[in-house]
Design a binder for this molecule. Structure first.
Ligand code: ACO
Ligand code: LMR
Length: 264
């Protein structure tokens, strides 16, 4: 009989061996002819299934809303400095991407993990937030450098509005809003930020779409797929900032002495 040589790689999301490449079994021609969007492609390549239109639309909204947030944030700043040092597109892009993490843009997975755990254990917002404080952990998805209780993040509002209209259930989001109500009673800067909004709403998408088993949801949350949304989205803006600096022929950046506190 035939002996199958052991392979060095296992892959389950795409296949380029046939007449045309397939994403999760869907051929390129169907993707184009059936008018799939980038949300559908993400569904196929990340989640290995076609999700309903309201889910893929939500994914696309996340990507559009997180594509950029001006030149002053960590990622754009790094990209701008790198582009001005004469580096190429990829170097400028990754320099910005490398700032994405627990404080900036990369709190989505942890927000989903902590909100899910707290909701599933029926913790009150008080018990959840104070429990985190006791452990010395900042609540992921809460807090912002410039947004305040009286100057909320429009992106959060837009995501919430979309989900309230289209999702079958927004129980995790409502829980995050209750947590925000409690944290805002402590300090005005402790708003639900865009990472927290996406983290909690993606839990609602996963749980409410009927497309994932409980084990699959746990695995997605545990592996941490959701920061990928911010990484993907912000790449669009970081690439734009690179082109902008090159177009403007900006010179090497040097930070002004006056803006440094030299001290012993
Ligand atoms: N949970 C609990 N307490 C918090 C939180 C939080 N998430 N964020 C800030 N605080 C507290 C701080 O402990 C601090 O109190 P203290 O001085 O008594 O220790 C007070 O609020 C002020 O905090 P600052 O450090 O001044 O807040 P800063 O503006 O530097 O931080 C940041 C902003 C980094 C976003 C912070 O709120 C945070 O770490 N949040 C959690 C991570 C997160 O969600 N990041 C994503 C932000 S959105 C985005 O990047 C796209
Ligand atoms: C962002 O999307 O980059 C921001 O929320 C971070 C910021 O400080 O504005």
């Amino acid at each position: 009989g035939k002996v199958r040589a052991p392979t060095h790689i296992i892959s389950t999301i795409s296949d380029d061996r046939g007449e045309e490449p397939c994403y999760a079994g869907v051929p390129m021609s169907s993707i184009v002819e059936q008018g799939y969007g980038v949300g559908d492609v993400i569904s196929l390549l990340w989640f290995k299934r076609s999700l309903p239109r309201y889910c893929t639309h939500f994914i696309e909204i996340c990507i559009m809303l997180c594509a950029d947030h001006g030149p002053c944030v960590s990622g754009a700043h790094n990209t701008i400095v790198t582009a001005r040092a004469g580096k190429d597109l990829v170097s400028s892009l990754v320099s910005g991407l490398l700032t994405i993490g627990p404080r900036f843009g990369g709190a989505i997975d942890d927000a989903a993990r902590y909100f899910k755990d707290a909701y599933d254990r029926s913790l009150t917002p008080y018990e959840f937030v104070e429990g985190m404080k006791k452990q010395g952990i900042r609540v992921p998805g809460i807090g912002h450098r410039i947004k305040r209780g009286d100057n909320r993040d429009k992106r959060v509002e837009l995501l919430q509005r979309f989900a309230r209209t289209h999702f079958p259930s927004v129980k995790y989001m409502e829980y995050a809003v209750q947590v925000e109500t409690y944290t805002l009673s402590k300090a005005n800067n402790l708003v639900l930020n865009v990472d927290g909004a996406i983290g909690s709403l993606f839990l609602d998408l996963l749980a409410g779409s009927g497309m994932f088993t409980k084990q699959e949801i746990d695995e997605i949350v545990e592996i941490g797929y959701l920061n990928g949304l911010f990484v993907l989205a912000r790449s669009i803006g970081l690439i734009g900032h690179t082109f902008d600096q090159k177009r403007l022929k900006q010179p090497l950046y040097r930070h002004p002495w006056e803006d440094v506190l030299y001290t012993k």
